[in-house]
Design a protein around this ligand. Structure first.
Ligand SMILES: [Fe+2]
Ligand SMILES: [Fe+2]
Length: 483
C-alpha cells in the first residue's frame, strides 16, 4: 500500500479483495477547492519540505500563474499558461490550443486541447515533455522567462508524438548539452525527428535518475498508452506521476486541476474510448505497475492535471478496460510502421473500427518489434492486419517472418500506408496467396493524401473484419454444440 500525505489529506491507493487492482481512497478525500485558493498557496502540499541545497539555493515556494498574449494562427487562438510551484521546484507550461477542433482528421474535439510541459528546477534542471511545433514562439518565450535554457541537463520524453516532442529539436538548439531520456523505442523515434546527433539515455522500467533536492525520478514503462514508446515518470520527491497521453483529455481551460468533474468526465471518457480502449490490455498492465506507487498528482500531457479525483479516475480506466476485455470475442494483431507515411494514424483508425465490434487489438510496430514477440502475437490472434512497410529497412525485414507465422484460416487484411515507398500491396498479397491464405477483405488502397473519407474507409474495414471474426466464432460455437 502506498501512502501520500499532503495538506489536502492523506490518501492511499490500495488493493482490495473485491477488486484486486482497485485504487481506493481510504482516508480523507481532498476537498474541492477553488483554483484561486489553491493558487494562493492555502493548500500547499506538505509532502516534501523545502530544502537548502549545497549551493545554498532555496526553493521558491510561492505559486503564481501567468498567461501569455493570445496569438492567432489560422483563426485559432494559441496561448501559454505558466504556473509555478505546482509542487516544490515544479512548474508547468501549458500550451492552450483553445480552438483546435480536430486531433488529426479522425478525432473531433469540442473544447480544444492543451499540451502540458513541466520544468523541474532541481540541481539538475529538467524538462518533462515539450509542446507542439505551432507553439514554438510562445513556448520558448515561456521557457526563457522562467529558466536559462542553456542550463537544461535532462529532457524527459515520455512519448514522442509531435504534440509533445515537436519542440524537442528546438530545446536542443538552446541546450545542446542536454541529455534526452526515454524508452528505447522513444529514442529511436527521436533520432528520426531530431536528425542530428544528441546525447541520450535509454531507461527501462524501474530505472531511476536523481535530480537532486529530493527529486528522485523513477521510470515506469507503459507501452501502447498511446504508442509503443510510452513511459511514465514518477517524481518521488514531488509526489507527481507524469503520464503524457494517459489519463488525459482534450479539454482546454485555465483550470489547472480536475476540480470540475462534471464538466470534464465526458471528455475523459471520449478520450479513453478513442485512444486507450483499443489497447485495454496494456492499460490494465500499466495500472498494475503504478498500483503500489506513491503519488498525489497525475500530471497528464493534455487537459487538466488530476489531483482531486485521482482514485476515481484511475478506477474508471480499470473498469472500462476490464469491461472492454471481457466483451472481446477475438483479438486482431495490427502490424504497423511507426513514423512512416500515415501508417500510425490509419492503423489506429482501423483499430477503433475493430473495437466497435468488441474485438481486441494488439498493436505491433514493425520498426522496433521483437521478432519472437511478433510471431507469438500473430499465432495467438484470430486475425492479422498488415500496414505496408517501406520497401527496405527493419520493418520490411520483419514482414518476411510474418508469412511463415500466419495460419491458413487466419483472416488477413493488407493496407497501404501512403508513405511514398510502400512495399506494393500486390506483392504482399501474392505471397499470402502462394501460401494458400486468402484475404478477408480486398487490399485497402490509398490514391491521395488521407482525408476524412480514407479514415472512414479504414474504420469501416476494421468493423467489417471484427464482424467477420464474430460470425466465425458463433459458427464455431454452434458446431461445437452439435453432437
Ligand atoms: Fe499520443
Ligand atoms: Fe498527445
Amino acid at each position: 500500500m502506498a501512502v501520500s500525505t499532503s495538506a489536502l489529506g492523506t490518501y492511499s491507493w490500495m488493493r482490495t479483495s473485491s477488486s484486486p487492482m482497485a485504487f481506493e481512497l481510504f482516508t480523507r478525500k481532498p476537498k474541492l477547492q477553488s483554483f484561486d485558493r489553491v493558487h494562493r498557496g492555502l493548500f500547499w502540499p506538505t509532502l516534501k519540505k523545502p530544502t537548502v541545497t549545497r549551493s545554498g539555493r532555496k526553493p521558491k515556494p510561492s505559486i503564481s500563474m501567468s498567461l501569455s498574449d493570445v496569438n492567432v494562427l489560422e483563426k485559432r487562438r494559441l496561448q501559454t499558461q505558466t504556473i509555478t510551484s505546482i509542487a516544490p521546484d515544479v512548474t508547468t507550461i501549458r500550451s492552450l490550443d483553445w480552438d483546435r477542433d480536430r486531433f488529426d482528421i479522425e478525432f473531433g474535439l469540442q473544447n480544444g486541447t492543451t499540451y502540458n510541459s513541466f520544468i523541474i528546477n532541481a540541481d539538475k534542471l529538467t524538462i518533462i515533455d515539450a509542446s507542439h511545433e505551432k507553439f514554438k514562439g510562445l513556448y520558448l518565450s515561456a521557457i526563457k522567462e522562467h529558466i536559462d535554457p542553456s542550463a537544461i541537463e535532462y529532457i524527459i520524453a515520455n512519448h514522442t508524438e509531435p504534440d509533445h516532442s515537436g519542440l524537442i529539436p528546438d530545446l536542443l538548439d538552446l541546450a545542446p548539452n542536454a541529455t534526452v531520456v526515454g524508452s528505447k523505442t522513444c529514442i529511436i523515434f527521436l533520432q528520426n525527428l531530431v536528425l542530428r546527433p544528441f546525447k541520450s539515455l535509454v531507461v527501462k522500467g524501474g530505472s531511476t535518475l536523481d535530480l537532486g533536492r529530493g527529486h528522485l525520478l523513477e521510470f515506469v514503462m507503459a507501452p501502447n498508452l498511446h504508442w509503443p514508446d510510452t513511459m511514465f515518470t514518477l517524481d518521488h520527491g514531488a509526489g507527481i506521476l507524469f503520464t503524457c497521453d494517459a489519463f488525459g483529455m482534450h479539454y482546454c481551460s485555465e483550470l489547472l486541476y480536475d476540480e470540475d468533474l462534471g464538466a470534464i468526465e465526458p471528455h475523459y471518457r471520449f478520450y479513453y474510448d478513442c485512444l486507450m480502449r483499443p489497447n485495454c490490455r496494456s492499460v490494465i498492465t500499466a495500472l498494475k505497475r503504478i498500483a503500489e506507487k506513491d503519488f498525489s498528482i497525475i500530471a497528464t500531457g493534455h487537459g487538466p492535471l488530476l489531483r482531486y479525483n485521482v482514485a476515481e479516475l484511475l478506477n474508471k480506466y480499470e473498469t472500462w478496460s476490464k469491461q472492454a476485455l471481457e466483451k472481446q470475442l477475438a483479438t486482431v494483431a495490427v502490424l504497423y510502421v511507426s513514423d512512416y507515411g500515415f501508417s500510425d494514424r490509419l492503423s489506429q483508425t482501423l483499430a477503433r473500427g475493430l473495437t466497435k465490434t468488441n474485438t481486441g487489438v494488439e498493436m505491433m510496430d514493425l520498426n522496433v518489434v521483437d521478432i519472437q514477440d511478433m510471431i507469438e502475437c500473430v499465432s495467438r490472434c484470430a486475425g492479422v492486419v498488415i500496414m505496408a512497410p517501406p520497401s527496405s529497412g527493419p520493418a520490411n525485414k520483419a514482414i518476411t517472418t510474418i508469412y511463415a507465422a500466419v495460419k491458413p484460416k487466419q483472416p488477413v487484411v493488407i493496407a497501404e500506408s501512403y508513405g511514398g515507398d510502400d512495399e506494393p500491396v500486390d506483392t504482399i498479397v501474392q505471397r499470402f496467396v502462394a501460401l494458400g491464405i486468402s484475404l478477408a477483405l480486398p487490399p485497402l488502397r490509398i490514391k491521395e493524401i488521407p482525408n476524412e473519407a480514407t479514415y472512414q474507409q479504414f474504420e469501416e474495414a476494421g468493423t467489417d473484419l471484427g464482424q467477420l471474426l464474430s460470425q466465425k466464432k458463433s459458427i464455431e460455437a454452434k458446431k461445437a454444440e452439435c453432437p
